[in-house]
Design a binder for this molecule. Structure first.
Ligand SMILES: [Zn+2]
Length: 178
């Protein structure tokens, strides 16, 4: 994890620092870039200008922009993904001139509900934290739309590995439209 942009002398975090910290912790938990999710294909199409943009902004050669921004991650390398979530902390901010849909996506400074729900199904917490008492496994299942037999079995389980497996199986069927 690289947090070199965080100002150690600052008593209050700036928005870009909040984004950086939560984004990097997301990667530590195994989250991959939302803008590289297979679910992004139908929602957001990068314009060729994106390569000029990152060259100017970060001096990234085309290959780096491809590996960090535009390439879609192979489905076989992802255990789970949701519908495209532009509010995800693991999303880069996107400027309208870089995509054909001309959508502006700001730098997200908080976890989205989908981020929290997906994290809960991968790292289940059976007693909610007192500062986030609404975040039960049941609430995570509501956010993700998990219903039927899978929902019942997840709610009865106390085994993180089983919860992960049940959710993954359900989600694969959801993605395939079954
Ligand atoms: Zn990242």
């Amino acid at each position: 994890m690289n947090l070199q942009q965080i100002d150690p002398d600052c008593s209050k975090l700036r928005d870009d620092e909040k984004w950086k910290i939560l984004h990097e912790f997301g990667h530590t938990l195994g989250f991959l870039h939302e803008h590289q999710s297979p679910a992004r294909i139908t929602e957001l199409t990068f314009d060729d200008y994106v390569y000029k943009y990152y060259d100017y902004k970060a001096e990234w050669p085309r290959e780096v922009t491809e590996s960090e921004v535009t390439n879609i991650i192979n489905e076989e390398k992802i255990s789970n993904y949701t519908d495209f979530d532009p509010k995800s902390i693991i999303m880069y901010p996107i400027v309208a001139s870089c995509n054909l849909e001309r959508i502006d996506i700001p730098k997200n400074v908080e976890l989205s509900d989908m981020d929290k729900a997906l994290a809960m199904l991968h790292y289940p917490r059976f007693v909610p934290h007192e500062e986030a008492s609404e975040w039960t496994i049941e609430h995570a299942l509501d956010v993700l739309g998990v219903h039927g037999n899978t929902r019942d079995r997840i709610l009865q389980s106390r085994c993180p590995k089983e919860i992960y497996s049940l959710f993954t199986l359900w989600n694969k069927k959801r993605i395939q439209g079954l």
